[in-house]
Design a protein around this ligand. Sequence first.
Ligand code: HPA
Length: 321
Amino acid sequence: MTGKKANGSCNVAKNTSNDSDNENRNVYYAMEKPTYAYDDIKAIADYLMERTPVRPKIGIICGSGLNSLADSITNTQSFDYENIPNFPVSTVEGHVGRMIFGYLENMPVMAMQGRFHYYEGYPLAKCSMPVRVMKLMGVQYLMATNAAGGLNPKYKVGDIMIMRDHINMMGFAGNSPLQGPNDPRFGPRFPPMTNAYNAHLISVAHKMAKEMGISHEVHEGVYTCLGGPNYETVAELKMLRILGVDAVGMSTVHEVITARHCDMTVFAFSLITNIGALEYDSSEDEANHEEVVMVGKSRQSICGQLMCRVIKEIAKECQTK
Ligand code: HPA
C-alpha cells in the first residue's frame, strides 16, 4: 500500500482515466470490489498512529444528524476520510466524513463522523472496515449510534432505543461483513452473537438515563438493518414488527458483527427519527431523509450527553481495574 491520497480501494485495478472533475468519482470507487486484507487495514492504522499520539480505547460511530456527539472530544485531531490512504469516502448528503481523535471524559477515543452504508455501493466488509482499523489501534469498546424508524407502538419521535439485540436481515439473505476467507488475527471463523450488546453497559445507560431524567423516553429493543436506500413499504414494516423488530435502519448491524468478531465490547443506541407506518392510511408522515437529519440534530445534545455519561462510567471502571 502506498501513502498517497485515498482512492477507497485496495488491491484492485486503479482507475487510470483523468476524471478528477467527474462528480461520480466517489460512487465509482464505492462500487469497486474491496479486498481489505489484514495488512491493508494495518497500513491504515499505522498511518493514523504515526500522525496522532492518541491511543484510543473507545471507538465511536456517529449516526445521521448525530455528529455533534464528537463535539465534546477535547485535544482533537481530525483526518478527513479522503486524506486517509485507502479509506472509503462518505457519499451521503448530511454525512461528513472525518475521523476525530482526542479525549472524552479522560478516555482516549476515536470517533467517526460519517459512516459507510451498503446503499452507497460499498460491500458490507468495506462499510465496517473502519471497525478493524479501530481494533488495530487498540480500541476495546465500540459505541455506535444511528437514526432509525420506530416500529414499537410505545416509541415516539425523539426517543432513544438502547440496542439490546439485532436481527441481521441482510445475513438472512447471505450477506455478511465476515464473508470470504477468515483471518484469525481478527477473530474466529464462526463467532457467536448471543451477547453482541454488552448487558452491563446497557444497565449503565439506563442508570444514566434515570439520572438525566429521561427514562420515560429511553427504551431497550431490537434493531434491524435493511440495505436501503429506499424506506420500507407498509407490508415490510408489518413483517418486521411480527418478527420482533422495534426499530429499523440502514447501518450498525455489520459494524457490530465486525466488532464482536474481533472481541470488542459493544454499546449502541438508536435515535427514533420517524415512526414507521404500519397501516396504509396511517397518520404518520412518509419517512424522508430531511426529517431524519433534522430530528437527529434536534436531539443530538441529549444523545451526546447519554453517550458521554456511559463513557464516563467506563473510564471510572477502567481506573479501578
Ligand atoms: N427506515 C430505515 N432507515 C431509517 C429510518 C427508517 O424509517 N429512519 C431513519 N433511518
